[in-house]
Design a protein around this ligand. Structure first.
Ligand code: OGA
Ligand code: NI
Length: 332
């Protein structure tokens, strides 16, 4: 069997096995800390953004992005059926027998699709994380799809359709955010969002969730991330020094602000650290759509947000530097 596939959590997790290399150092463990679930993050009804309530919705998004860096959206226009189907095919893929996954991935492994475990820097990690994941390039979609898994049979059709829908949602959200920041129409629409990536995460049940993490503490490097999660909690973020868990709301998306948008907004919108905890009972599958630019894109505060009273708080950086910083923090 392909050696890396042998390391995948879904290959060996049986509800009992707990390799010592998955124990995170004390101080970083979820432990027995009771994480308050209130206040939950703001829930924003996007259907109102097409009416006379648009200004209000813009305001709600900006406030949530300032205070929490996270919010959830409902009535977002992505069909519920498609959300179920997408999670369904991701689950089916991760639950394929290892030999099968190994074969598909040897065939499909390319810059447009990859399967990894723990983090994208497995060999550099001092401890591992309880997850398997896949990344999908999305532009141009018709070309990238050819490199995605051909099994389960509906995978390419469902995930392709999902990407078209979530891309549309992303454009709407970025337009609302640009209005809220006082930026010109279409500000985010070109280079700043040119190379979105879809990641599917799979966190199998873990015999001792107090000792390990599904994903280490990190910020996302990009503009915004649109997360689809099952009805199983696991995502937590830092708020006033405390870990707050994001309660799943059926058919809502979780949206969070990445470092790129924090810089462009000159620090007004905040990219908050987050992590994933596991649970002993259910597997959890999620899908994160990262809206991001090319690696060589130069990121700096938008001119329109700067003034004599609000001078620039950031030196410009290449996007690849943000990726490097967030990857290094993830495996700390
Ligand atoms: C990520 C992430 C959260 C989750 O993929 O960057 O933070 O709940 N995922 O899977
Ligand atoms: Ni993240």
């Amino acid at each position: 069997m392909n050696q890396i596939i042998e390391k995948h959590v879904s290959t060996w997790a049986d509800g009992k096995t707990f390799p010592a290399s998955y124990v995170v150092p004390s101080g970083k463990r979820p432990g027995d800390n009771v994480v308050p679930t209130v206040p939950n993050i703001p829930v924003i009804d996007l259907s109102k953004s097409q009416s006379s309530h648009r200004k209000e919705i813009v305001q709600q998004i900006i406030e949530a992005a300032q205070h929490f860096g996270f919010f959830q959206v409902i009535n977002h226009g992505v069909p519920w059926r498609l959300m179920d189907d997408a999670i369904g095919v991701f689950k089916e893929f991760f639950e394929l027998p290892s030999e099968e996954k190994s074969r598909i991935c040897l065939e499909e492994q390319s810059r447009k699709f990859s399967l990894f475990t723990s983090s994208s820097d497995y060999d550099k990690e001092t401890h591992h994380f309880w997850r398997d994941a896949t990344t999908h390039s999305c532009t141009p979609l018709e070309e990238c799809i050819q490199y995605w898994p051909s099994k389960p049979l509906r995978y390419r059709e469902v995930v392709g359709n999902y990407v078209v829908n979530v891309r549309e949602l992303g454009s709407r959200l970025l337009e609302l955010i640009s209005e809220g920041l006082g930026l010109e129409h279409g500000y985010f629409a070109k280079e700043l969002s040119q190379e979105p990536v879809l990641v599917a995460n799979h966190y199998p049940p873990c015999p001792d969730p107090s000792l390990t993490l599904g994903a280490g503490k990190h910020c996302d490097p990009n503009l915004i991330t649109i997360l689809l999660q099952e009805d199983v909690p696991g995502l937590q973020f830092v708020n006033n020094g405390e870990w707050i868990s994001v309660e799943p709301i059926p058919y809502a998306f979780v949206v969070n602000i990445g470092l790129q948008l924090q810089i462009i907004s000159n620090g007004k919108l905040r990219s908050m650290e987050h992590r994933v905890v596991t649970n002993a009972v259910k597997s959890r599958t999620t899908s994160a759509y990262f809206i991001e630019p090319r690696k060589e894109c130069f990121i700096e505060p938008a001119k329109a947000v700067l003034s004599a009273e609000n001078p620039s708080n950031y030196k410009g950086v290449l996007y690849k530097e943000l990726v490097k910083i967030t990857r290094a923090a993830f495996i700390e």
